[in-house]
Write a protein that binds this ligand. Structure first.
Ligand code: FES
Length: 150
């Protein structure tokens, strides 16, 4: 097990991950599932087929609790962890403004060949917020499905 981790560690470093990315990959924050969440977002990455789910609970219009589950690469896990940290405690209006680039920047950057992995985080977060907004009648399903500018 240790050997596998060490090899994985070395391999990740060879890809060009910085310490922040490595930390969030090795010690991801907010992993898990919220049963009956207020909002739920699930997105797939068309480039590689990886998948991310984000669950949120909302209190006083703020993200009170947030969890993620990701079936993907090291970058996708680090991105998931970071986006949940960035969103926690923010109002929904603030959190919906978190972009793919914001997450990548906060991680100190990703290697060019892994930049596409940063898409899942913000997209899944936005999907969870929109799911909540549809539930409370703030937006329509059609509005929730509209493409976003990133
Ligand atoms: S390779 Fe699929 S999200 Fe990174």
């Amino acid at each position: 097990m240790f050997g596998i981790l060490f090899e994985g560690d070395r391999w990740m470093a060879q890809i060009g991950y910085n310490e922040t990315v490595m930390d969030h990959f090795m010690n991801p924050r907010n992993v898990g599932v919220i049963e009956n969440p207020d909002g739920y977002g699930k997105v797939g990455n068309p480039v590689c087929g990886d998948l991310m789910e984000i669950f949120i609970n909302v209190k006083d219009d703020r993200i009170d609790d947030i969890k993620f589950r990701t079936f993907g690469c090291g970058s996708a896990i680090a991105v998931s962890s970071m986006v949940t940290e960035m969103a926690k405690g923010k109002t929904l209006d603030e959190a919906i403004k978190i972009t793919r680039n914001d997450v990548a920047e906060k991680l100190g950057g990703l290697p060019p060949q892994k930049m596409h992995c940063s898409n899942l985080g913000a997209d899944a977060l936005h999907a969870a917020i929109k799911d909540y907004w549809v539930k409370i009648g703030k937006i329509s399903l059609q509005e929730a499905a509209e493409e976003e500018e990133v």
